[in-house]
Design a protein around this ligand. Structure first.
Ligand SMILES: [Zn+2]
Ligand SMILES: [Zn+2]
Ligand SMILES: [Zn+2]
Length: 254
């Protein structure tokens, strides 16, 4: 299994337009953050987590040319707005792409991308060619790969993180219910969101993300979906030994 972090930034991306703060002006490539997304290859199954606003750039930058399935965490625009550019994969490889998400996410995709469900446009292949799969909070398979949704809170809404093997990916979470904690046990790698230092009503801050890591004790934890409050160099120095910030282009094998 191979994982590539395609984006590690919160909804504005870093640098923030017009901002002159230390992180936005930083020369460190790890402080340049596209919107949060990840690409996972398990055996020959190619999975994308979320079609971020920066989807097209991410595919080009990290030379990703094929996707079989997209697992959506939720429907917020930073996580879905790149969906239209799936067309290039549809057309070049002559295939539909399977999308998975909870009921709200599927409903919102139908509204936001209404044109993609027009039969004539589908026949002419001028819209993204997608199969929608509404999933519940229980294990499912894509081909022979088992996926475990993890239902977490994002403020008041319920969204999905995902576990595949000993890898779990959670973004935009503000609370993991106790009932979901067992799904995060015995992980090699946990990716979890950490927006900034200060608390936030709908996202974990650094302290809460580290707390989750210490509770479920994965071998390694990476933090993602960060604002410009988080400077890569400075913040990494303050984290526990097995916790580190993700950065765009981070790649590892499991
Ligand atoms: Zn987000
Ligand atoms: Zn800034
Ligand atoms: Zn969100």
């Amino acid at each position: 299994m191979k994982v590539i972090i395609l984006g590690s930034g919160t909804s504005q991306g870093i640098p923030v337009i017009g901002c002159k703060c230390e992180t936005c002006l930083s020369k460190n490539p790890k402080d340049k953050r596209l919107r949060t997304s990840a690409y996972i290859v398990v055996d020959d199954l190619k999975i994308l987590i979320d079609t971020s606003i920066d989807f097209r750039q991410q595919m080009l930058k990290y030379n990703v040319t094929d996707i079989d399935a997209v697992l959506f965490t939720h429907h917020h625009v930073d996580h879905i707005l790149g969906l239209d550019d799936l067309r290039q994969i549809n057309q070049r490889l002559n295939k539909f792409i399977d999308l998975y998400g909870n009921g709200t996410t599927i409903d919102e995709i139908k509204i936001t991308f209404r044109y993609a469900f027009n039969k004539l446009l589908i026949r002419y292949k001028v819209v993204p060619l997608i199969n929608l799969h509404e999933i519940e909070n229980k294990k499912f398979k894509i081909r022979n790969v088992e996926i475990t949704p993890i239902e977490v809170r994002h403020g008041k809404i319920k969204i999905f993180g995902y576990r595949i093997g000993n890898f779990a990916y959670i973004t935009d979470c503000s609370k993991v219910p106790d009932s979901e904690i067992p799904k995060l046990e015995n992980l090699d790698v946990l990716i979890v969101n950490a927006l900034r230092r200060a608390p936030h009503p709908t996202h974990f801050n650094i302290e809460q993300a580290v707390e989750l890591s210490q509770r479920v004790t994965p071998r390694k934890t990476y933090l993602t979906h960060m604002t410009h409050d988080i400077n890569n160099d400075k913040t990494n120095k303050t984290l526990p030994a097995n916790v580190e910030l993700t950065y765009d282009g981070l790649e590892f094998n499991l």
